[in-house]
Design a protein around this ligand. Structure first.
Ligand code: ADP
Ligand code: MG
Length: 564
């Protein structure tokens, strides 16, 4: 066959086939138009799985008389003008294809009233051309009815599923838009029966109650929105509420419903380790970012997007969810029957808070601790400047920073206890009042569960006051309120859960570790050195600084000129 340009009718039907795949696609395009028109009430009716009849009614801006007919021309849109506008698109539609596409594959009626027009415009279209035009009455807004979808497309009709399946697609679609626009009232009637009805009060949880039921709605955890772009807001399920399909993942980008494997991965990764294999969370998230950061013009149905910085979006979503998702059940608090007795050992926090002992620069030609994690059995010889333990080993002299060494010991202990859900907890007979700053409260919101898992019990007590009822045993002694505040200061709400867990352990260890400037008895020094020997990384503190300096026997000999 020689090459020839397709007749307009053929071309438009091919193009229409891309936009209108099934009845739910028609509903999608019409509902998007209603939302773009600023409607606060949208009613959708479908009959025969949407093949026989679809009607969408809104109370939006309406289309002014002179614009009704042009709206059915291909690439006719009021939403963009220039190519540059595509960069900053804030409407759901922009391609100007929906109305002509639907008109190409079905019979249509439109009745629309714009503000300022004396009468509503009624138009009937058959085969894409106007068959009837009248003036009628209607309050402001638009009604579009679609009849006999694909009647002249037996091939497409054949691929449609049962009315029940197509109705399912329509119901799901409307649910998604209702979740994306809680401030809009949605009404869906399928085969004459109301199946969805949202209040339009702006409360997402109320929409979830309509879509997934009250029980789920009540348990969903709020995602709070981040300070910097991209903003992530919505509701996610606790790990205990997992589902066996991915059908409960709803993602919106600037409130456009999208399918995105990147977003799905970010969300599911946030639950990693807390869901059994084959279980999936319920997630309803909107990612808002500057329009320039996302390309929505990827696919004719506009359900796919491309992010300029996928990594940033991934991280924002993963972290927002991680912050609120409960990873493990909090440990049981064991309240002490008798007042806490002072520990026989010194290894609890006491004395004034001092900055961790600075790492002394290796003097002489002493080498810094090498990478080996192994530490030989040491014999404590004495304390230096109330800060360092001098010890002798088979390989020479060791100078141990007592604070750093103790931090290492406590850091590993608390992490082990936490991973075994076996944190030693001290219930406080007299709760301690802790005043928090708004910033602390932010962190507390994000890390409350983590604090719980580390053995803290902190109850709201009006305003920004909290009652501290239990602490990890490690923490007891010293100024507890100050300890909690320092702990919250060390955490940041936008870090991932693993990093926060590590920081929490670091901060706890630092708080509880013996300080530089405290004199220790021989017994205490021996105990500390023995515990240090048993840690997995005895040569560095949790912050990565060395815990000890080693002067080898050979170096000593050299310094004293005993060898050549
Ligand atoms: P697009 O949405 O991409 O602009 P459409 O073919 O869906 O293209 O619609 C064409 C135009 O018709 C829109 O730009 C809008 O101006 C107008 N329009 C369509 N539906 C409505 C509606 N429900 N309310 C107000 N205007 C509408
Ligand atoms: Mg549109």
């Amino acid at each position: 066959m020689p090459i020839k340009v397709l007749a307009r009718e053929v071309a438009s039907k091919i193009a229409a086939g891309e936009v209108v795949e099934r009845p739910a696609s028609v509903v999608k395009e019409l509902v998007e138009n209603s939302l773009d028109a600023g409607a606060s009430l949208i009613t959708v009716e479908a009959q025969g799985g949407g093949v026989r009849f679809i009607k969408v009614t809104d109370n939006g801006s309406g289309i002014s008389e002179g614009d009704v007919q042009p709206a059915f021309r291909r690439y006719a849109t009021s939403k963009i003008d220039t190519l540059a506008d595509l960069e900053t698109i804030s409407t759901l539609g922009f391609r100007g294809e929906a109305l002509p596409s639907i008109a190409a594959v079905a019979e249509m009626e439109i009745l629309t009233q714009a503000a300022g027009d004396t009468a509503a415009t009624y138009l009937q279209l058959r085969g894409g051309t106007v068959a009837n035009r009248e003036k009628r009455g209607r309050p402001q807004g638009t009604t579009i009815a679609v009849h006999h979808l694909f009647r002249h497309f037996p091939a497409r009709l054949k691929f449609l599923k049962s009315a029940t399946t197509e109705n399912g697609h329509i119901a799901n679609l409307l649910s998604q838009y209702a979740l994306a626009f809680p401030e809009v009232r949605f009404n869906l009637s399928l085969e004459g029966r109301t199946t969805l009805h949202t209040p339009g009060n702006g409360n997402l949880r109320d929409v979830v109650a309509e879509v997934y039921g009250l029980e789920i709605a009540e348990q969903m955890l709020a995602i709070g929105g981040t300070a910097q772009a991209p903003g992530v807001t919505g509701l996610v399920s606790p790990a205990s509420l997992a589902r066996s399909s991915r059908g409960y993942l709803s993602f919106f980008v600037n409130r456009r419903w999208v399918r995105s494997s990147l977003l799905a991965r970010a969300a599911e990764d946030a639950y990693q380790g807390s869901l059994m294999a084959g279980r999936h969370p319920i997630v309803i998230l909107n990612v808002s970012l500057p329009p320039q950061e996302v390309d929505v013009n990827v696919h004719p149905t506009k359900t796919e997007v491309r992010f300029r910085s996928g990594q940033t979006v991934y991280a924002a979503v993963e972290q927002s969810i991680s912050k609120v998702v409960v990873k493990a059940p909090p440990p049981k608090v064991r309240v002490a029957a008798s007042p806490p007795t002072p520990s026989p050992s010194l290894w609890t926090a006491s004395g004034p808070e001092t900055t961790p002992a600075p790492t002394p620069a290796p003097s002489l030609s002493a080498t810094k601790a090498t990478q080996t994690t192994f530490v030989p059995i040491l014999r404590v010889a004495g304390q230096l400047s109330s800060s360092y333990i001098m010890a002798e080993g088979p390989e020479g002299l060791y100078l141990i920073d007592q604070h750093a060494a103790h931090e290492r010991v406590l850091f590993e202990r608390i992490l082990t206890q936490r991973s075994q859900q076996n944190v030693d907890i001290q219930g406080l007979l007299e709760p301690v009042n802790v005043e928090l700053s708004p910033k602390h409260e932010e962190v507390l919101k994000a890390s409350g569960e983590l604090l719980n898992e580390f053995g803290f019990s902190l109850e709201p007590f009006g305003g920004r006051s909290y009652l501290l009822r239990a602490v990890p045993v490690m923490m007891k002694g010293g100024n507890l309120a100050e300890g909690v505040r320092t702990l919250l200061d060390s955490l940041s709400s936008d870090e991932g859960p693993l990093r926060r867990e590590e920081k929490m352990a670091q901060s706890l260890a630092c708080h509880a570790a013996v300080k530089a400037g405290e004199s220790l008895t021989d017994e205490e020094m021996r105990e500390l050195v023995r515990q240090l020997e048993q840690t997995s990384q005895p040569r560095t503190c949790p912050h990565g600084r060395p815990t000890m300096i080693h002067l080898s026997s050979r170096q000593l000999e050299k310094e004293f000129g005993r060898t050549g």
